[in-house]
Design a protein around this ligand. Structure first.
Ligand code: B3K
Ligand code: ZN
Length: 844
């Protein structure tokens, strides 16, 4: 397979002045006619006329009305064309019903839908399928289906025909088409300049009862983007469609967002609070793409973070505004450490802006998205809120309608602030997680902090240069007073000191406040200092992190020397957790322990080979010890967590239920599961039901509950995904693989549905000790299913293969078994490009 390099970018030889498409839909033989006006591109030198096209049957082609015979290859076609503007016409045939990769035009439950990002449009017709070719699209759809949608504004909608016109030039990856027997929840929105916008959320008949929340989230997002970023919507209609078979969460197609039904449908009975929050965030994310992604798009796929990092950053700001900012920030840090740090510290490490790829779908990663968003957060911290607003406004003004690069993005910041951002740009080009160590000295009322930064080598990058690290710092007096409010220090050198004068007492530093840079802070863990910060820090992130540090220390001591959980930590934590002045959601976060996978990484970094069974035992012993030690507080905490009002998925109620869920997990260590059983019976919402069910599964007393749950929800695919997942995720580790195996034999295990596949495989991977069982059964089970799925759906299979990215952390025996599993995949005949690249990188 070919490797594509950023450095090889050249513009396409032609501009597209307009695209007309006609679809005659049929499951096995859809005809697509295209009429495309091309003109030589004055900015290009290479006039090769190459159109991408894959899995297409060409019926006819013509230039300016005269038939032509192009040269066809696996990847597309070339053709002799005039040296002046011309009209290209082609007709192709495709078979959406046979498209199991869910990329291009495919079918899901009798409904036609598309997914074109990144390179799916080439499976629909011949086209320069690259994001720097932007054009207006006019679409005509012919079928007897009642609802037929495409991008833009509706034109003629007559029985059997629907026309759509998108006035905004767009790249082909934003094209979308949907046709089916759908129903809509409709609403409207008036933009602040007075444009009336029809809003529709389209679902399969029967799902209308799950659309209220998504619609509300859409309206809130539209208002927020006007108020905070000054961005208005720009079409007469905004359509969202829910699809059951979808490779990821959702897609921001212009005016026609397509969503995995799991990322948009919600109701009290069927969805958890976490589902509601995620849906709100994804709706916002896709909507915000209308400006950051669609109006201003990417020049090439190496610039993916230009739209994704920025849009994730925007959606986190949105969630912070709708809910609790500190809780959102801590949640993002947990997520970054769970998903991005392992990626950046393993064989898949790549820069936020990668420099090469074989299959771009493999680069929709936590690094591009989440680290990409962190980079924007740092930029904002460095230049300040006002300059950030100015620079972003300039970005919209200067680049509207263009396909841009990271250089363009940084330039608007340089132009508004006069700052030189060349060193900052290393955040985009250097991979790996920087390590920041700190030393203190105190002499004659002068306090000095000395920072040292280094970034370990990563694949393809052995030498690293120092980066710009914005380190937010506050200082506390020994009495717990804040003697220095938060200050932003800019660490740019490999070693750099900062002094603070007039400190009558030696202060206690509160470092990296708000997690101001995505680094690993290396600091000799000093339990007394952490306990002090846990009690006194005014920064909610640092306070939480102090507790986390103590938890990590205690757990590692348990794993390594079988030490009892640290009682001082549990007592200090109890004081925070039972403090009624604190937000229940924050208290729930405080009660969370590092995941077993995170502990494995922490051990590995200390030079200790992690033993998954020992880690699991230490965590379980710690939870039990916590339950015993806090036994007298649990009843009171449960009371506090009780919600008296009717269910609402808002921050306040969700916070209480999150606290209650933590408490239930402790209670069920003491009562053998009776509280969980009672909660399962009584719950009037999925959050409480599922929390109860998880405990029952762990305690191996869930048979009745699981049967009842299945009987009640067997016809609801999204709820059944939860049923599949929880039995594996919460299973005792020794039986997790057998559970997963048995469930793959269940009649409802439709493994070609990505949600169902992920529900089972993802759940097994998240059961750390279960997946890493010493006999390697988990590895073989997963690799076997990945091999099978790869033949139908390479994208979802390759993504799930990242479960192996930490394989080098473990003991020789487990490493050998994981290596063998990966090699069995590698050696499989007919490996997809997605999986081929992924496995090669994993094996390094
Ligand atoms: N842009 C899409 C992701 C497309 C993934 C293609 N493999 C969703 C999003 O980030 O909003
Ligand atoms: Zn996105």
């Amino acid at each position: 397979p070919q490797t594509i390099y950023l450095k090889d970018y050249t513009p396409f030889g032609y501009v597209v002045e307009g695209v007309e498409l006609t679809f005659a839909l049929a499951p096995e033989a859809t005809r697509v006619k295209s009429r495309i006006r091309f003109a030589p591109n004055p900015d290009a030198t290479d006039r090769t006329f190459f159109l991408h096209g894959e899995d297409l049957t060409l019926i006819s082609a013509a230039i300016d009305g005269s038939p032509v015979t192009p040269t066809l290859t696996e990847q597309g076609l070339t053709c002799e064309v005039p040296d002046a503007p011309f009209t290209w016409e082609a007709e192709v045939e495709i078979a959406p019903a046979k498209n199991t990769a869910l990329e291009g035009l495919y079918m899901s439950n009798g409904m036609y839908c598309t997914q074109c990002e990144a390179e799916g449009f080439r499976k629909i017709t011949y086209y320069p399928d690259r994001p720097d070719v932007m054009a207006t699209f006019d679409v005509r759809i012919e079928s007897d289906l009642p609802v037929m949608l495409s991008n833009g504004n509706p034109g003629t909608q007559d029985g059997g025909v629907a026309e759509w016109h998108d006035p905004w030039p767009k790249p082909s990856y934003l094209f979308a088409l949907v046709a089916g027997d759908l129903e809509a929840r409709s609403d409207s929105f008036t933009t602040r300049s007075g444009r009336h916008v029809d809003l529709n959320l389209w679902v399969r008949p029967g799902d209308l009862g799950k659309t209220a929340w998504g619609m509300e989230a859409l309206r809130t997002s539209m208002r927020w983007d006007e108020e905070v970023y000054g961005r208005e919507y720009d079409l007469d209609v905004f359509n969202i469609v829910a699809v059951d078979d979808f490779n990821m969460g959702a897609m921001e197609n212009k005016g026609l967002n397509i969503f995995n039904s799991s990322a948009v449908l919600a109701s009290q009975d069927t969805s958890t609070d976490a589902n509601f929050e995620r849906i709100e965030a994804i709706i916002a994310h896709e909507y915000f793409h209308n400006w950051t992604g669609n109006r201003i798009t990417c020049r090439d796929w190496f610039q993916l973070c230009l739209k994704e990092g920025l849009t994730v950053f925007r959606d986190s700001q949105f969630t912070a505004d709708q809910r609790s900012a500190p809780v959102k920030r801590i949640g993002d840090v947990i997520d970054l450490r769970a998903r991005q740090f392992p990626e950046d510290q393993g064989p898949l490490s790549h820069p936020v802006r990668p420099e090469s790829f074989q299959e771009i779908n493999n680069f929709y990663t936590a690094t591009v998205y989440e680290k990409g968003a962190e980079v924007i957060g740092m930029l904002k911290r460095l230049v300040g809120d006002e300059a950030y607003d100015k620079a972003v406004a300039l970005y919209f003004e200067r680049h509207d309608g263009q396909a841009c690069t990271i250089e363009d993005w940084l330039q608007v910041f340089e132009d508004t602030t006069g700052r030189d951002l060349s060193q900052f740009k290393r955040w985009y080009t250097q991979s790996g997680t920087p390590r920041l160590s700190v030393e203190e000295s105190y002499e004659g009322a002068r306090y000095t902090l000395t920072f040292r930064q280094r970034t370990p080598a990563t694949p393809g990058q052995s030498e690293k240069l120092p980066q710009v690290l914005p380190v937010a710092v506050g200082l506390l007096s020994p009495g717990g007073e804040e003697v220095l409010p938060t200050q932003l220090l800019e660490v740019t050198e490999p070693e750099q000191s900062f002094t603070f004068d007039n400190m009558p007492d030696r202060p206690i530093p509160s470092l990296l406040r708000g997690f101001s840079a995505p680094v690993v802070l290396e600091r000799e863990s000093d339990a007394a200092e952490q306990a002090f910060l846990l009690a006194h820090d005014t920064d909610p992130y640092c306070r939480w992190e102090a507790g986390r540090g103590l938890a990590r220390g205690s757990l590692i001591a348990s794993v390594v020397d079988g030490a009892d959980p640290d009682g001082a930590w549990l007592d200090a934590l109890r004081a925070v957790v039972t403090d009624p002045a604190l937000d229940p959601a924050y208290r729930a976060l405080m009660m969370g322990l590092p995941t077993q996978s995170e502990l494995a990484q922490a051990l590995y970094e200390k030079g200790i080979t992690p033993d998954p069974d020992a880690i699991r035992d230490a965590v379980e012993a710690t939870v039990r010890a916590t339950a015993d030690r806090w036994a007298d507080d649990l009843r009171g905490l449960s009371e506090e967590a009780r919600v008296a009002e009717p269910y609402a998925p808002d921050a306040q109620q969700s916070g209480k239920r999150a606290l209650g869920t933590r408490v239930l997990s402790l209670v069920s260590r003491l009562d053998g599961g009776s509280a969980a059983e009672a909660q399962f019976e009584a719950a009037d919402n999925m959050t409480l039901k599922l929390a109860a069910l998880g405990n029952l599964v762990r305690l191996e007393r869930a048979d009745d509950a699981l049967a009842a749950f299945e009987a009640q929800w067997k016809d609801d695919r999204l709820v059944m995904d939860k049923w599949f997942g929880i039995q594996i995720m919460s299973a005792p580790a020794p039986v997790a693989v057998e559970r997963a195996e048995a469930l793959t034999g269940h009649a409802a295990f439709d493994w070609t549905n990505p949600n169902r596949f992920r529900a089972v495989m993802g759940a097994l991977v998240s059961n750390h000790a279960g997946f890493h069982r010493a006999d390697g059964a988990g590895y073989d089970f997963l690799a076997g299913w990945l091999a099978r799925l790869d033949e139908k759906n390479p994208q979802t299979a390759a993504r799930m293969a990242t479960a192996f990215q930490t394989w080098r952390r473990y003991d020789d025996d487990r490493q050998a078994k994981m290596r063998a599993a990966l090699e069995s995949l590698r050696d499989k005949p007919k490996l997809s490009r997605d999986m081929g690249e992924m496995v090669a990188r994993l094996l390094g």
